[in-house]
Design a protein around this ligand. Structure first.
Ligand code: LFR
Length: 446
């Protein structure tokens, strides 16, 4: 039996998950879960990174493991000087410093959907900063944490693709674009694949384990752990964001609303970032309500609810989400249940539109949607997704990101061969829940 630890920082929590592998089945065991709240400083919204790092390694102290790997969401980074010293705590992508930055036209090279959160805009927002001038290297957050664990710094390629500064065709930094934008070239360092051994943990951590790069972009890890049924399957990584896409052998540039992010083994995730359950999370925060209570209220609503475009940029930074949604729906008297149901129905309709675009761009017919991540537990949303899209939904694994993280490590240490082998382990370890489209689909709202 081998044991690997996944350090996974998501928007609602940070966690350490241990994966025990017997050669066939991977059993996941949560070791520690802790809040991941950004901190507002006078100059903006920052990661509370030292706190997170302390929490994550604290629970592993004294252990001997077969591997350790770090993943987090994409786009956020730290700049480091020539001694590897961090030049400021990373900003959180929901910080508003990218507002008003002129549009960057890099899609033909990077294939990345234009979003204000992209690293490229964050870097442009600090183009004149001392940090960027002095920067010797850039480390996306998981690169930085892996460096703190092992003393080795490298730019892991799946997360590098979220910067919107990677050439989607070559898998190299888009140096031409970087220069055109007036950004320094020096910080963009050696790119390495998931599953590369960085080295042992530094002795002062009192933790014995080889540190591996994994698919350090959480969505890349989650996709790698999806037991894909066949090439007619789409994947919906459902959590704070809804990442709905298909896995392809190479990039497709025909629809700039779709992004081409890198996955394990050079695969491309052609997907759309949809605003996702962030909408509900912000409502829950404003109402100080629990999710179980809100799900029950949404289930109890009978009749149609209005729908709105969940991807309206006004929702990105959060705030009084219930009021923003009522305004988007042109209503002022919605109950909590109606607002939450309207979020779900609006997401499901958005998924239907995205599927049409994915089918057109990829030339594939989508018949099944694998819903993975925390949102796979949301029965109402899964059923609405099946009803509105008319596709079968297979829900799970819920902990797809942590699973993908430890599976990449198991492969790096020689226990597994191909990406298909990793997915076979996922299939053997977790049973999906099926949702068939209802005979009487959700009524189309006016
Ligand atoms: C999901 C995710 C998405 C990315 C967004 C911001 O956690 O990584 O893939 O677009 O967060 O980085």
């Amino acid at each position: 039996m081998t044991e690997y630890a996944a350090i996974d920082f998501g928007a609602s929590s940070g966690r350490v998950v241990c994966g025990r592998f017997d050669g066939r089945v991977m059993v996941l065991e949560p070791c520690h879960r802790f809040a991941n709240r950004p901190v507002r400083l006078p100059d903006g919204l920052r990661w509370n990174l030292l706190h997170l790092f302390t929490e994550a390694i604290g629970c592993l102290r004294g252990r001997k493991l077969d591997g350790i790997g770090v993943d987090t969401w994409g786009v956020d980074y730290a700049l480091l000087d020539e001694h590897g010293r961090v030049l400021g705590l990373p900003f959180h992508y929901r910080d508003d410093r990218t507002e008003g930055i002129a549009h960057v036209d890099g899609y033909a090279v990077t294939g990345i959907q234009d979003m204000p959160i992209n690293t490229v805009y964050q870097l442009l927002a600090e183009r004149d900063s001392v940090a960027l001038r002095e920067a010797h290297s850039i480390a996306l957050v998981p690169d930085l944490l892996a460096y703190w664990l092992s003393g080795e710094l490298a730019n892991e390629i799946t997360n590098a693709s979220t910067t919107a500064l990677l050439d989607a065709r070559t898998g190299e930094w888009a140096r031409g674009l970087i220069a055109e934008l007036g950004l320094p070239s020096r910080p963009f360092g050696a790119l390495i694949e998931p599953g590369t051994l960085l080295g042992p943990t530094l002795a002062h951590h009192e933790l014995e384990a080889p540190v591996y790069t994994v698919a350090s972009h959480d969505t890349a890890s989650a996709y790698a752990a999806t037991p894909l049924r066949d090439e007619h399957s789409a994947i919906l990584s459902s959590g704070t964001w809804s990442l709905l896409g298909v896995e392809l052998p190479g990039p497709v540039f025909t629809d700039s609303a779709l992004t081409n992010e890198r996955g394990v083994d050079g695969t491309i995730r052609l997907l759309k970032n949809v605003m996702g359950l962030w909408l509900e999370q912000e409502c829950a925060r404003v109402w100080d309500a629990g999710f179980a209570e809100l799900h029950a209220a949404a289930r109890a609503v009978t009749g149609t609810v209005p729908i709105f475009d969940p991807d309206d940029e006004q929702f990105l930074r959060g705030g009084d989400m219930p009021a923003m949604i009522e305004q988007a729906c042109g209503r002022r008297d919605m109950t909590r249940g109606e607002i939450v149901r309207s979020i779900y129905v609006s997401l499901a309709y958005k998924y239907r539109l995205v599927l049409e675009r994915l089918e057109a761009a990829s030339g594939r017919d989508v018949r099944t949607i694998h819903v993975i991540g925390g949102g796979a537990q949301n029965e109402l949303l899964c059923q609405l997704t099946a009803d509105v899209t008319g596709r079968e939904v297979l829900a799970g694994p819920v902990e797809a990101t942590a699973l993908g993280n430890v599976l990449v490590q198991a492969r790096a240490s020689g226990e597994l061969g191909s990406l298909a082998d990793m997915r076979a382990v996922s299939a053997a370890s977790f049973e999906p829940v099926h949702y068939a489209p209802s005979a009487v689909p959700e009524e189309i709202p006016s």
